[in-house]
Design a protein around this ligand. Structure first.
Ligand code: FAD
Length: 152
């Protein structure tokens, strides 16, 4: 399509997101939760396309005239509280975590990995272990603050 959309559009209620590339294509996605341990969602599926199309076209009806060029699928590595897991594991000294970024790993990687690398080198970091350390999940009293909006 000719360029008509500057911002990335995000709908928190269902995680629909889309933007327009410089070539005019619409690139977007929709979070589809799967029961833990099922292994579903590892590949694109025919059932996803009508779901995505319906969510998109309810918001911008004229996008209903577009054809689908390609689709892909992947996991969001969510944590129980929605924060990444960063830092050394006290149960296995020398083993460092840098995972659980959900749908934000590309954006967070430069900042997060710099801090984890400093920790590996034995340097001080400003990473709060109560917020990010793997040990927080050993505390049964930790409140859940899971983020529900996923951006892909
Ligand atoms: C559809 C989708 C869209 C996304 N869009 C965005 C976005 O727009 N912006 C953004 O910031 N983030 C986005 N993300 C999130 C981002 O892709 C991830 O947060 C990021 O890739 C995580 O990086 P990682 O290195 O932690 O894990 P991964 O990229 O998953 O890398 C882990 C690697 O370990 C390998 N591996 C696994 N097990 C083993 C094993 N036993 N031995 C050896 N190797 C192993 C895997 O093959 C993989 O290569 C998106 C994610 C998805 C699924």
């Amino acid at each position: 399509m000719k360029p008509f959309l500057d911002p990335m559009v995000v709908r928190p209620s269902d995680g629909l997101y889309f933007s327009q590339t410089m070539r005019g294509e619409i690139v977007g996605g929709l979070t589809v939760p799967h029961p833990p341990g099922t292994g579903q969602g590892q590949t694109s599926s025919a059932s996803f396309l009508p779901r995505m199309a319906s969510a998109l076209c309810r918001l911008v009806p004229r996008l209903g005239a577009l054809g689908v060029l390609r689709a892909w699928s992947g996991f969001y590595d969510d944590t129980p509280d929605g924060f990444p897991i960063l830092g050394e594991d006290a149960r296995l000294p020398g083993f460092y975590h840098a995972n659980g970024f959900g749908g934000h790993g590309f954006m967070l990687a430069p900042s997060a990995t710099r801090r984890v690398a400093r920790g590996v080198m034995g340097e001080a970091t400003d990473l709060d272990p109560t917020l990010f350390g793997p040990g927080r999940f050993l505390d049964p009293a930790r409140p859940s603050t899971a983020e529900r909006l996923q951006l892909g």
